[in-house]
Design a protein around this ligand. Structure first.
Ligand code: SF4
Length: 187
């Protein structure tokens, strides 16, 4: 299922971002993951390699996961938008609308117990999707929101994007504390 979705994403031309991408970035990780992390969109390194979170933000993410007792191999990580917006600009509403059905299908296939949303765009999308009131990441980071639908029983944990710690090192201890909510023993 996940590999079929990934193949569709790599061939996708549903929004104009396909024209400027080097590689689409479907996501990677464990198809049976209890924890799913969702970011905003691929950056330059991700676009070159076709893999999520492989640049400096990826190194910070790996460190945060390790401090929470998790590894990249046991989670699944992807983005709301699967192709890099030029100059890393914010994804446009039409791009999110065109691309988010892929994310919805990935969530349905994996059925995670916890979704960690990295930054404002992922947090807004996921909270709206599950009928939660979206609020700025500064107000909701490090909290756990229970979701119980006919299909999904999970917790949404909004988190600052790891890239925030590159530009503002004071975010690192906040990220470390918030990532502890993803710990398997708390699931
Ligand atoms: S961003 Fe999403 S919808 Fe747009 S071309 Fe890439 S995969 Fe398709």
């Amino acid at each position: 299922m996940l590999s079929e979705i990934a193949d569709e994403i790599r061939a996708c031309r549903k929004c104009s971002l396909w024209k400027t991408r080097n590689s689409a970035v479907p996501g990677s990780g464990n198809m049976n993951a209890a924890v799913m992390l969702i970011g905003e969109a691929p950056g330059r390194n991700e676009d070159m390699q076709g893999k999520p979170f492989v640049g400096r933000a990826g190194e910070i993410l790996n460190s945060l996961l390790a401090s929470a007792g998790l590894s990249r191999e046991e989670i699944f990580i992807t983005n709301v938008v699967k192709c890099r917006p030029p100059q890393n600009r914010n994804p446009l509403p039409g791009e999110i609308k065109a691309c988010s059905p892929y994310l919805d299908r990935q969530i349905d296939a994996i059925r995670p117990k916890v979704i960690g949303t990295l930054g404002n765009f992922a947090t807004t999308y996921v909270m709206q999707k599950f009928g939660l009131e979206p609020r700025p990441i500064g107000q909701v980071h490090g909290q756990a929101f229970a979701v119980n639908t006919l299909v999904h029983h999970l917790v949404v944990v909004p988190l600052y994007h790891p890239a925030a710690a590159i530009y503002d090192p004071t975010k690192m201890p906040i990220l470390e504390k918030d990532f502890m909510l993803l710990k398997p023993k708390r699931l």
